[in-house]
Ligand binder design. Structure first.
Ligand SMILES: [Zn+2]
Length: 421
């Protein structure tokens, strides 16, 4: 029967046709995502060391990824960030520039192997778990992103806007790789960072600031301690005040977007030898700050503790410094992307389509490069990746079923965002 449809029926039919087309395209792409291929790529990535003690750092792993993409016909290149350290930047060009461009972003570096992990770079799969240093953080997510990119290329799905794959250096260090992307592009409308989330969508996390408190004393002989000022004792008073006054304040705070703020007293160093009154003591602090706090407030609250110590001990002298060991030029701000954002909704639908279950929308507990993209590049970036255990610890593994799910979700999100025709 033709020509007899009511307008409502025609619209419904068009929607049905569209849905059928979308489903067909998705099936075509998913057919290109094979479990054995994802696992073998992730194994190759894990067996290529790329931690800070590797003499060539991320060089080999970046070359491996770049070759893998180029061999598949993807336009990919190595782009130098620092000596021996290159990002892999690959693009599947959009045909019209309409639609929204998407970046799949993952870091190529890992932390060094655990001293007791003898097979850190000899990946193995057992009971659905792929073991090895970096399997979870984050060569698993990175491999799944590369496979998703290749699947789009193989299926020849025409996209309207660009799909970018960026494998970046140094996230475990100063985030040099993503800083370079923020400064030089490519700039996309949205980004997904593939850090491990156990298939939860995590559009937000806290900021991360490292601080140093340099407490100054006055040196003297230990036998005439009253002639000096002991910097270690003064640092202890500072620490007590932090615990008694600042920590309860932080514990009473909460965030609409992230986990509550924290402060960790990480390292204390000071003094020369037992018979000397210490003239310096350094306290190193990790401070996780929420979007409702500001960096100025973070600093001010430490100065307030200084004042409080000085009320009881006027000889207290201290200086607050930012510890730049974990950042280059961009402050590690919190990441906040609204749950109503188009990217979150797209990921939500992609998870449902590929797992049959609704994804949880939660918050990431650590800090990621997503914050630099969202804040400094104005590219809303959301964290989504596989599950597992042992990141930065012993016996790290990623769940192999999650690898295949992630590759499919990344591809579905790319199709929806960059609008497959
Ligand atoms: Zn990571």
């Amino acid at each position: 029967m033709h020509g007899g449809h009511k307008p409502g029926e025609t619209a419904a039919r068009m929607r049905w046709e569209m849905a059928r087309k979308t489903k067909n395209v998705a099936e075509k792409v998913n057919k290109q995502i094979k479990k054995s291929e994802v696992e073998s790529l992730v194994k190759r990535l894990v067996s290529t060391p790329s931690h800070c003690e590797t003499p060539t750092r991320e060089k080999e792993v970046a070359e491996l990824l770049n070759e893998f993409l180029v061999d598949e016909g993807v336009r990919s290149r190595l782009r130098k960030v620092e000596k021996n350290r290159s990002n892999v930047v690959a693009v599947i060009k959009g045909t019209t520039g309409r639609g929204r461009s998407l970046m799949l972003n993952g870091h190529t570096d890992t932390v060094p192997p655990h001293a007791k992990d003898v097979r850190a770079f000899k990946p193995r799969i057992s009971s659905g778990k792929l073991y090895g240093r970096g399997a979870l953080d984050m060569k698993g997510g990175l491999g799944a992103m590369a496979i998703a990119t290749v699947a789009m290329e193989r299926a020849r799905v025409p996209l309207q806007a660009d799909l970018v794959f960026a494998a970046v250096v140094g996230e475990e260090g100063k985030s040099e790789g993503t800083e370079d992307i923020v400064l030089k592009g490519p700039k996309t409308d949205f980004a997904i960072v593939g850090e491990p989330t156990g298939l939860e969508i995590q559009p937000s996390h806290r900021g991360l600031e490292w601080l140093e408190v340099h407490v100054r004393g006055k040196a003297a002989h230990g036998g005439q301690a009253d002639k000096g000022v002991n910097a270690i004792s003064m640092a202890a008073r500072f620490i007590n005040k932090v615990e008694d006054e600042l920590l309860p304040k932080l514990a009473s705070r909460s965030s609409r977007h992230t986990l509550p703020p924290t402060l960790n007293l990480g390292v204390v160093t000071g003094g020369q030898q037992p018979s000397s009154v210490a003239d310096e003591c350094i306290v190193r602090i990790d401070r996780r700050w929420i979007p409702e706090e500001s960096l100025e407030q973070v600093f001010q609250e430490i100065y307030d503790v200084f004042d409080s110590v000085r009320d009881d001990h006027p000889e207290f002298r201290a200086e607050l410094r930012r510890d730049m060991a974990n950042m280059k030029t961009m402050t590690h701000v919190p990441n906040v992307v609204r749950k109503s954002s188009r990217l979150v909704r797209t990921l939500d639908e992609a998870v449902k389509a590929n797992t049959g279950r609704k994804a949880k929308i939660t918050t990431f507990w650590g800090w990621t490069d997503a914050a630099l993209l969202t804040h400094f590049a104005k590219t809303p970036a959301v964290v989504f990746g596989p599950g597992g255990a042992g990141a930065h610890a012993r016996n790290e593994y990623v769940k192999t079923n999650d690898l295949i799910t992630c590759a499919k979700v990344y591809a579905s999100a790319a199709m929806a965002t960059c609008r497959a025709e």
